[in-house]
Design a protein around this ligand. Structure first.
Ligand code: BDR
Ligand code: CA
Length: 311
């Protein structure tokens, strides 16, 4: 199994991604979860990650709190999408599981240093603050990363937090720039693909029909999560952004994309956080990312539902 760290800001879609990873030990070994401020402040994301582990009965996975704020900017949150708790939908509880001791950024550094180079993959589901902080604090870890698989950015789908930017990149554009310029192989799940993976009513009902605790918990999260996109945009369901990252590790053949050069806008007020992806190869800048553009959504939901049934 591929060793992974999930860096996350749960978030209903983050939670589903964590559950999918926990349900897939043959393909991925989850070494730990590092939380970051994003959808909601760090105190809530680091609580929500533990609630998700408890829901899956996996209190053995260490959950760390990482960065409280972006590298160089005040935090912007997304309660308008995820609710006040970040995980609105199911009845939440106070987790019994404690946070792991120490900072998530140090956990990332120590894990990369203590494993063979090229054997740990970072799955990033939120702003890239923790990863960029680790790269800044201990540059020696950069070349030890196997791959970064990220939810972030957009090309044709442009922006969801501003007309030009996707939320995860917008919240910490300096961190994103560090990551894209690091030389680490990056696979990106932008809005272009995640907007094709919609939690429609029948798909959510299939998950509820599992009849398990995790099935109900997930369906209740998705009931809430779909509201925003369905009510605001008339879409068929909430986009399951972050689970695409894990699904890619399980079944890459469900996705297709292109190697492109991606640069991050960090200066302009108008287009701050934009992922400027050279889709048509109009510059001579070297590709630094595999940008995914399409997915087989039916197979994705079949996989997700089968895996959740195991928990
Ligand atoms: C991303 O932003 C968050 O709201 C979601 O969890 C996802 O990671 C989508 O833009
Ligand atoms: Ca997220």
């Amino acid at each position: 199994a591929r060793k992974i760290i999930i860096d996350t800001d749960p978030g209903q879609d983050d939670a589903v991604a964590i559950l999918l990873a926990l349900a897939s030990p043959e393909e991925v070994e989850l070494l730990g979860i590092t939380c970051v401020a994003g959808n909601v402040p760090l105190s809530l994301t680091s609580k929500n990650a533990r609630i998700v582990c408890e829901a899956a009965g996996r209190t053995d996975v260490p959950v760390y709190a990482g960065s409280k704020a972006p590298l160089a900017r005040p935090l912007i949150t997304a309660e308008h999408v995820h609710g006040q708790t970040g995980l609105d939908g199911p009845q939440l509880w106070e987790p019994e599981m404690p946070l792991a001791e120490g900072c998530g950024v140090d956990f990332i550094i120590e894990t990369l240093l203590s494993h063979e180079p090229g054997t740990v993959t970072l799955c990033t589901l939120g702003p890239l603050t923790n990863v960029a902080a680790a790269f800044g604090r201990a540059p020696a870890v950069i070349e030890r990363v196997q791959e970064i698989v990220m939810m972030g950015g957009a090309y044709f789908e442009v922006g969801n937090i501003t007309p030009a930017a996707e939320f995860n990149i917008y919240v910490d554009p300096e961190a994103a720039e560090t990551v894209f310029r690091s030389g680490v192989p990056v696979t990106v799940m932008p809005l272009d693909v995640t907007h094709k993976v919609l939690a429609t009513k029948p798909r959510v009902e299939a998950i509820r029909a599992l009849g398990t605790r995790v099935g109900h918990f997930t369906a209740e999260m998705l009931d809430f999560f779909e509201r925003f996109d369905v009510e605001k945009y008339g879409s068929d369901g909430g986009p399951l952004h972050d689970p695409c990252v894990i699904a890619w590790l399980l079944r890459p053949e469900l996705f297709s994309g292109r190697h492109v050069n991606v640069e991050i806008e960090t200066k302009s007020d108008l287009t701050l956080g934009m992922t400027v992806a050279d889709w048509w190869g109009v510059t001579d800048r070297k590709p630094n990312a595999l940008f995914i553009g399409d997915a087989d959504a039916d197979s994705f939901f079949k996989l997700l539902t089968e895996r959740l049934a195991r928990l």
